[in-house]
Design a protein around this ligand. Structure first.
Ligand code: SF4
Ligand code: SF4
Length: 372
């Protein structure tokens, strides 16, 4: 039985957020944290100002820390590892580092001596994961309510990919090029990490071309669950998707990572569907085909299919600030800069959209958004 507690919270006023987080966590049967060491994993895709709605809002993180202290947690750690993070990275712009210093939580660096870990459902893939996992009793996933250009939504399960330190992440797109293969990797990581609890910041989410270049969308909700997959299922429902069409949810259900929500003790996601939410367009023609035969396809044929079905990003010269972040993150080495313009080699591009995620200037367009 998977319980997802959804409560209203209309603004980031700290008193209101404290009350809503308290209500959501207790309704969702948050585990007993007394005497435990807890790792909080917010979504800090890039350390951007909070009005861009890229990161889990610091007020939500602050309320979570306060609740854990009130419930007797021994030690509270907070960490994430954005793709282009330097080891000295501190999330100051988004306000989460300030939460650490003011509320007595500790910021942890995931790049320190990560441990190589076998990831299930990936044909023997090993990936480095943050070694802090060995020291904590529980991991709490704190995702943001957002769309995702590649995976349609990002949520409590996908958020755990941040436990793979910085530049180890983007090469995964080369080895797992289809959405289904990448979903299996995400479910495998969540299976290893076993998050004990998830709290999603859906007060102001993101719609359109997320997870970094969409537009903020007031949703006015907090979602909480002990089942990360059920929480993502509820989010997809509210966004207007058929949840089982989201590759991570489909794969998670298939692998028994979690289940569809069976109990909504407060608001019901099915009554909260946003009719005008800007979603990422689904690959309807090939989804069924992929679900049947992708596991049996390898190599060049898969890459050919991906290129045929997904569009390469388009680089817009006017907003580009020539920061080169797209070049640094591109796992396929498909990008160069010539005369202050980014040039893409579409024959090399694997359509992972990592460049789109890290671009700070909305200078990369990916044409896959619809209004429902
Ligand atoms: S150009 Fe962008 S979408 Fe293409 S492979 Fe590089 S990072 Fe991925
Ligand atoms: S990341 Fe964006 S702004 Fe930076 S160089 Fe690439 S396209 Fe230009």
């Amino acid at each position: 039985m998977s319980t997802v507690a959804i409560v209203r919270c209309e603004s980031y006023d700290q008193i209101a957020v404290d009350a809503a987080v308290h209500e959501a966590c207790l309704l969702a049967n948050m585990p007993n944290v007394a005497g435990k060491t807890i790792l909080l994993k917010p979504n800090i895709l890039s350390d951007a100002k909070e009005d861009r709605s890229i990161t889990t809002n610091s007020q939500v993180v602050r309320s979570m820390v306060r609740l854990l202290k009130e419930q007797g947690a021994k030690r509270i750690l907070i960490g994430d590892s954005p793709g282009l993070q330097k080891p000295s990275f501190l999330p100051k712009a988004c306000g989460i580092y300030e939460v650490c210093t003011q509320e007595g939580a500790e910021w942890v660096d995931f790049t320190k001596q990560p441990r190589l870990t076998s990831i299930p459902y990936t044909h023997g893939k090993q990936l480095p994961l943050a070694s802090i996992l060995d020291e904590v009793d529980m991991v709490f996933s704190l995702p943001k309510f957002k769309t995702h250009q590649l995976m349609y939504t990002t949520g409590a399960v996908k958020n755990l990919f941040g436990l793979v330190p910085n530049l180890y992440k983007s090469p995964c797109h080369v080895q797992f090029p289809t959405r289904e293969q990448f979903a299996a990797l995400m479910v495998g990581i969540a299976t290893v990490v076993k998050p004990s609890f998830s709290l999603m910041d859906g007060i102001i989410g993101m719609e359109g071309p997320g997870p970094a270049n969409g537009r903020p969308r007031h949703v006015g909700l907090l979602l909480a669950s002990c089942d990360a997959l059920a929480l993502d299922y509820a989010q997809a429902t509210i966004m207007g998707y058929e949840p089982k069409s989201i590759p991570i949810i489909a794969e998670g259900l298939r692998r028994s990572l979690g289940s569809a929500p069976t109990v909504y003790p407060a608001l019901d996601a099915r009554q909260l569907i946003l009719p005008d939410f800007l979603r990422i367009e689904m690959d309807k023609k090939t989804r069924f085909f992929h679900s049947l035969i992708i596991p049996f396809l390898v190599g060049k044929y898969v890459r050919w299919k991906v290129k045929r079905e997904r569009k390469a990003p388009v680089f817009l010269p006017d907003p580009c600030i020539q920061c080169r972040k797209c070049i640094d993150i591109c796992p396929a080495n498909a990008l160069t800069m010539e005369h202050k313009r980014i040039i893409i080699d579409p024959s090399v591009c694997i359509r992972c959209y990592c460049c789109h995620e890290v671009c700070p200037a909305s200078a990369i367009a990916v044409d896959e958004v619809i209004t429902s």
